[in-house]
Design a protein. Sequence first.
Length: 459
Amino acid sequence: MLRASSARRTRRSGLPAGNGYFLSTPFYRNSDVEFRLKSYGIFGETYFKFTDKLKLTVGLRYNHDEKTDQARNLALNVLTPIGATGIEQGLNYGTVDFDPNLPGRQEFANAQVSFSRLTGRAVIDYRITENNLLYASYSRGYKSGGINPPLLPMFNVSSTFLPEQVNAYEIGSKNTFGGGQFRLNLTGFYYQYKNLQLSRIVARTSVNDNVDADIYGVEAEAIMSPVPAFVVNMNASYLHSKVSSDKFLVNPRDVSGGRADAVIIKDITNASNCVVVPNAAGNAALSNGYVAAVNRAIGLRAPTAIPTISATGAFGICSALGANAAASGVSVLDGVTTNIRGNRLPQAPTYKWSVGAQYTIDFVNGMSLVPRADLNYTGGLSASIFNTQIDRIPGYEVVNMQVQLNAREDRFYVRAYVQNLTNNDATTGQYVTDQSAGLFTNIFTIEPRRYGVAAGFKF
């Protein structure tokens, strides 16, 4: 707990000293008092059959969304008595502004947004034979925008985020050969995203950003059954993704943005980070000297080197450093932004493939036994939009097996199964928290090996 109990800290904040107050949980959270959503849409679809082989399908949809939100971020800003039942009992509650984007004091941040979009699709398909089809399609998709949790202006987070829109182009074919012994579907696609919504953690809360992105790739799906009892299925895909326009964000793992003239500050009052940089880039002596002078006045140490990066760092108080920054030729920022243009999208593996096989053993009494095995592989990916080395997740595989006993006419079945046969504990995803929470990384892994029995009945 980050207690505001020392006389030095409480005098500095202008609040009375004492041991019975705190700036911490359980009141560090987003408080949503009221959220309202009103949405409606009108849609329709029709098709034109020019010949027995050529058909065009078209559809349109109009979408309208309205959202209102009354909220506030209880972010270590009210000195609250221990044992209090609500933040309203805080000593300085009457002076804290919960929406600094508006003049005056606001008890809540009130936001309202509305979005309207026209979307649709067009698909043309040509049936070469009864077993071979070619198609091409265009569709425009829409995902409503929204309202971010209210944060202080220093975090440079927009209070709202825009709707996501995608122009999706596809071309492909669906084929059956050998009277059903072999089926093959192929698809090529290109998705052009405008204002793609990506989430990140800022000040211990999740916010959404908008970026433009391009995605293209190919997919293949095949099913082979040389004899009715034996079936093999295969799927494979290649995916390329990248941010297609300039977008500047602060990487929480390195808020210096790689600048050697930056000083990273760990704020002793709330555990967050800020960065002191010279207004004239490259003057590391100025930023380090400024931090040393301010820290000396409040009994803290001067900056020191940080291993593995070129910036220096120090414990400090960001508000104290910001008081005279402009007159001293430096700036105090929540972080130095980096351009993510050209980076891969998170959780977007370049390669994925799977293969499975099963064989049906029929008994003379009408029952059957079906053993099956599946192998799934997911290629390497980046867990973060910043694409740093630590964000890389290597590829991993999962093996599943089962055997199922079916009754005559499928009246019931009994299945024994093993999932993740090799007990692979590979990481499948991760995200990093913000600085005030310690920058710890949450990871997601494959579920451990599981086995069991399932049964079903048909009535």
